[in-house]
Design a protein around this ligand. Structure first.
Ligand code: EAX
Length: 325
C-alpha cells in the first residue's frame, strides 16, 4: 500500500512533468573535435546534463562530436556569428580571434597539470575569459586538451635535434609554429579533421597532440613513434554564443557557468585517466614510445624565441603565469 507521502510525491512529480512538457525547450548545438567517448565528449556530456538539470529541462544539448561541424577555427567562428551555440575547443586557433589568449600557448610555459589548471582557474584565467567576451565569445570555463607529445613515422625523437627536418602538422597557431621551428621541424598548419588522412598519405611525417587525442583519433594506425615531449600545454574552453547568453536570465547564466565548471572537472579527470592508461594502450596498438625524452634540449631551443614572446605578450605577464604556485 502506498503511504500518503509517496502519493503526494508521485502527484507532485506528475505535475512537474506536465509543466516541464508544456514549457518550451531550447536545443543548443555543441560541437567538438574528437569522439563522444573522448575527453571532450566526457566533459561536454557532463556540461550538457548539468545544464539541462539546472534549467529544469528548458535547455538541452544536441552534441556534434568528431569534427562533424568542421575544424575548431570554423566552429569558433560559427559560435561568434551565432550559427552554432557552443563549442568545446582547444585554444589552438582561438588566438586568431582573441590575440591575448595566445600567451597560454607558449611552449614550456606550464610546469605540469597542477600549475596549468591553477592558473586557468585563477585570476589570470578569468581575465582571459573576459577578453573572449569582449570579442563576442562567451568563455564559460576552461576545460582541457592536455600536454602535447610528438608522433611521427620516421624515427624515435629523444632530443630536439632528432626532430630536425621532420614535416609536422601543427595547429593554426603562430606561437606554436614559432616555438617548434626552433626544434628544426617544418611546421605545417592544418585543421584537425584533415590530419588522419594527411598522416596516412604521408603528406606530413608527424604531428603533436595530447594522449587523449592520439588515442581517440586512433593515430596509432598511421604513426609509428611516440615521444613524450610534453612540449606545450593545450588548454581548452567551452564557449557559448552571445546570441544565447544575452537571452539568459542571471540565474540561468549561473547554471551555465556552473555546468561548464563541472564539465571541465570531468574532462580533466578523463585526461588524467588517459595519461595514466593510454601509453600502455598505444604500445599495444603498435607504437614505439620514447618516455625518457631529453626535455632540456627542447627547453634550450625554445628559450631562443622567448624574447619574441616577451615582446608580444609582456615579460611581466609571462612571469606572472610562471609565478603561479
Ligand atoms: O582539440 O587540432 C588539434 O590538434 C587539437 O588538439 C584537437 O583538435 C583537439
Amino acid at each position: 500500500m502506498k503511504t500518503t507521502f509517496t502519493r503526494i510525491a508521485l502527484a507532485v512529480a506528475a505535475t512537474v512533468a506536465t509543466i516541464g512538457a508544456a514549457q518550451a525547450q531550447t536545443v543548443l548545438k555543441i560541437g567538438y573535435a574528437t569522439s563522444k567517448e573522448s575527453h571532450y565528449g566526457v566533459g561536454s556530456t557532463v556540461f550538457c546534463d548539468e545544464m539541462e538539470k539546472g534549467t529544469q529541462g528548458r535547455y538541452k544539448c544536441q552534441q556534434f562530436p568528431s569534427s562533424a561541424l568542421g575544424g575548431e577555427r570554423e566552429m569558433i567562428e560559427a559560435v561568434q556569428l551565432g550559427t552554432l551555440d557552443l563549442v568545446n575547443t582547444s585554444t589552438g586557433p582561438l588566438g586568431n580571434f582573441v590575440p591575448e589568449v595566445k600567451i597560454v600557448d607558449i611552449p614550456f610555459l606550464f610546469r605540469g597539470y597542477d600549475h596549468a589548471r591553477k592558473t586557468l582557474d585563477g585570476p589570470i584565467g578569468e581575465d582571459l575569459l573576459a577578453k573572449m567576451r569582449a570579442k563576442n565569445l562567451i568563455g564559460l570555463a576552461w576545460t582541457e586538451n592536455g600536454f602535447r607529445h610528438m608522433t611521427n613515422n620516421k624515427r624515435p625523437i629523444v632530443k630536439a635535434e632528432d626532430a630536425k627536418g621532420l614535416k609536422m602538422r601543427t595547429m593554426e597557431n603562430k606561437v606554436h609554429m614559432d616555438g617548434y621551428k626552433t626544434f628544426g621541424i617544418l611546421p605545417t598548419p592544418m585543421p584537425f579533421p584533415e590530419l588522419f588522412t594527411a598522416l596516412q598519405q604521408g603528406t606530413v611525417d608527424g604531428q603533436e597532440n595530447p594522449i587523449p587525442v592520439i588515442l581517440s583519433a586512433k593515430f596509432a594506425q598511421v604513426q609509428k613513434h611516440l615521444s613524450l615531449t610534453g612540449h606545450v600545454y593545450s588548454p581548452a574552453v567551452i564557449i557559448l554564443s552571445p546570441a544565447v547568453w544575452n537571452k539568459l536570465s542571471d540565474a540561468d547564466k549561473k547554471v551555465f557557468v556552473d555546468a561548464a565548471r563541472k564539465g571541465a572537472a570531468a574532462q580533466r579527470k578523463k585526461v588524467n585517466d588517459d595519461e595514466a592508461n593510454g601509453i600502455a594502450q598505444l604500445r599495444k596498438d603498435g607504437m614505439q614510445v620514447v618516455e625518457n625524452v631529453d626535455g632540456e634540449s627542447f627547453r634550450k631551443a625554445v628559450a631562443t624565441v622567448f624574447p619574441e614572446y616577451a615582446k608580444e605578450f609582456g615579460a611581466d605577464r609571462i612571469a606572472a603565469i610562471q609565478a603561479v604556485k
